[in-house]
Design a protein around this ligand. Structure first.
Ligand code: COA
Length: 316
């Protein structure tokens, strides 16, 4: 016990849609390669006028409005991201001001790359147990287009922008989310240089080692979450995979014998949005009514770090 439930979700996407066809005019690629290798058809990209903060605010306002929870009831605000508008203040601090969260709200950004939202859920569960107010506002948000090299066909076809927010509630009677988090430090196969380098800060990825890492880690992480929770895959209503590559998801589904109807994805129209990916899909499942009250979603992320994380979330 001592756990979290999901109360509501919200999301915000930039207006501009970048299609595979658009990318063929920028690099030597084609729709067939992108679609068959990744499952991606389109992704959303911020204009110069749009910002990470705006997306986070819009997603937060939607999640709060849907929850019926007032900003004054939030005790913890976490933003999983590595592409905020500033190195500091943290986006979570800007949200505190703009949303009118109480000044004793614990607000910070968290960087665990594509595993970030799951890391944030676990962090929120720990922090909320000791917080004066039991609701948390948890976001995953990225503007990856700002760190994408649009001359590198091996990465630029993959990434998109977006933000999603979740209002969660901690209660001593709620089941734990049974988070399984891990890290295998690696600065070679997947990284984004920081401010102390002379080269532009673009995402660098060696696709194949990252693919192998994901295929090894994701099914094991799911099995460990289930084992810790004393459940089987039949007890889970939705598996919410980080949307990095449809082939990774298909391999994990096959290995664990998961039915495809429990593994709905949205990669075709979002691309890989890193920390935003899991909450964006959660929001889609909740707002379409696919994830219903009382149902369980097992969220799983993996990415730079290298990190991975899985957690079970029940919709209130
Ligand atoms: N269009 C056309 N051809 C492309 C291309 C593109 N956009 N990008 C790469 N290629 C070419 C390569 O140059 C290579 O050509 P070659 O055989 O002549 O050398 C060929 O396609 C195969 O490249 P490879 O990198 O081996 O492809 P892949 O099957 O491994 O797919 C990824 C590449 C990135 C889609 C895949 O490795 C992947 O998804 N990795 C994991 C990514 C991930 O999960 N990230 C999560 C954390 S963010």
């Amino acid at each position: 016990m001592n756990g979290l439930k999901l109360v509501s979700t919200g999301s915000a996407m930039p207006e501009r849609v970048l299609t595979n066809e658009d990318l063929t005019k920028m690099v030597e690629t084609n729709d067939e390669w992108i679609t068959t290798r990744t499952g991606i058809h389109t992704r959303h990209i911020c204009s110069q006028e749009e910002s990470h903060t705006q997306l986070c605010l819009a997603a937060s306002r939607q999640a709060l409005a849907r929850s019926g929870i007032a900003p004054e009831e939030i005790g913890v605000c976490l933003v999983a991201t590595f592409t905020g508008d500033h190195l500091n203040p943290a986006t979570a601090c800007v949200l505190q001001k703009e949303l009118g969260l109480p000044e004793d709200t614990v607000c910070f950004d968290l960087n665990a790359a594509c595993s970030g939202f799951v890391y944030a859920l676990h962090t929120a569960q720990c922090l909320l147990s000791a917080a004066p107010r039991k609701f948390g506002l948890i976001l995953g948000a990225e503007v990856l287009s700002r760190v994408t090299d649009y001359t590198d066909r091996s990465t630029c076809v993959l990434f998109g922008d977006g933000a999603a927010a979740a209002v969660v509630e901690w209660n001593a009677e709620y089941p734990s989310i049974h988070a399984v988090l891990g890290c295998r430090g690696n600065t070679e196969v997947l990284y984004t240089p920081g401010v102390n380098t002379s080269s532009p800060s673009y995402i660098h990825m060696e696709g194949q080692p990252v693919f192998r890492f994901a295929v090894e880690t994701v099914p094991r992480c799911i099995s460990q979450v289930l084992e810790q929770a004393g459940l089987t895959a039949e007890d889970v209503d939705h598996f919410v995979f980080h949307q990095a590559n449809q082939r990774i998801i298909d391999l994990a589904m096959r290995k664990l014998h998961l039915p495809s109807e429990k593994c709905t994805g949205n990669i075709a129209h979002t691309g890989n949005t890193s920390a935003a990916s899991v909450p964006l899909l959660l929001d889609e499942l909740v707002s379409t009514g696919a994830l219903c009250s009382g149902q369980r979603a097992l969220c799983v992320g993996f990415g730079a770090g290298l990190t991975w994380g899985g957690a079970l979330l029940q919709l209130k």
